[in-house]
Design a protein around this ligand. Sequence first.
Ligand SMILES: C[S@@+](CC[C@H](N)C(=O)[O-])C[C@H]1O[C@@H](n2cnc3c(N)ncnc32)[C@H](O)[C@@H]1O
Length: 325
Amino acid sequence: MKRIILFLIYLIIQIIWIPIAIIGLIIGLYKEMYLSRKLDISFSAGQALQYRWIMHMFDTRTDSNTIAFTKKFPCESHFGLWAVMGPFIIMHKLFGFKSTFNSKVDFGYETLQKIAGNRVLLFDRIIEKYIDKVDQIVLPGAGFDLITNKYTKDKDIKVYELDQVNTIKMKLDTLRKANIDHDWITYITVDYNNESWSDKLLESGFDKNKKTLFLWQSVSLYLDEELVIDSLKKMKQLGAQGSIIAQDFYSKAFLDGNISKMAIKNMDMIGKLGEPWKFALDMSDGSIESINNFLELCDLELNKNYQFGVNLGLENFYNISISLI
Ligand SMILES: C[S@@+](CC[C@H](N)C(=O)[O-])C[C@H]1O[C@@H](n2cnc3c(N)ncnc32)[C@H](O)[C@@H]1O
């Protein structure tokens, strides 16, 4: 009965809200799709910012910096997101109304819709686990992720974030406008396709003799396979003994649309906006075997692997892997 009443309240708010949602949607799409392309900012990085915004608003992950950042970020609209999701946010805050946005799933029980949230939470867990065991953290392809602002402030740790020139410039500009502390983080501009990110990292003060945590979240899928192999080999050469690499792997079946037509449509759209999906592993004989074989090509060994959806029989679509150097 309670659920029915709550649903009716939600329905009333949603109907009244329609004009606001339409305005928000138009503003949001203009900023996310048109402005990001015009300013040559990574659209996929903006999308990643968006689901961290959603996670904060629906109390599945606290990250007030992401909210402050989004308010000042030219390629996303805080109002637009609020306008589109407002009825759900109101219902969540007032009544704890269950929706897809505030429902958490345990690790191993991810459906396709739940990859993004659990991916962020798992990378949080990884940084929490290793933060006091390393001297440096490197994010090659940091985008608008503010994980290091959240976890490394007041820590005696060096942080290096790399990304393409316009994305880094806009990140810095937005951090300043949003008054988010970041002065202990070194931001490095690089285009992996034409420049050596490892040389740039070393030129910026990175110390090869120190233990490092490499966080490579949602980047390799946008790179050619040779570049992925080369980058992982470089991480191995750069990290002192005891260093850690955390990264994710998608399966070819996912990339080919065999797992979800919806997901592939979304990736097609991201491709049309300039970031085609290029790299995935053939996991048809099992993800662990395939990841092991691939890491061998990079002179690395798998230490721990998280198979998303494993308890739902979906283990061969998305994995997060840890290799120790
Ligand atoms: C999906 S975003 C992920 C960003 C961040 N790791 C996160 O989780 O929010 C992919 C990132 O890879 C970066 N990237 C893709 N190709 C690149 C290249 N050739 N050189 C430098 N960065 C690149 C993009 O600019 C973008 O920020």
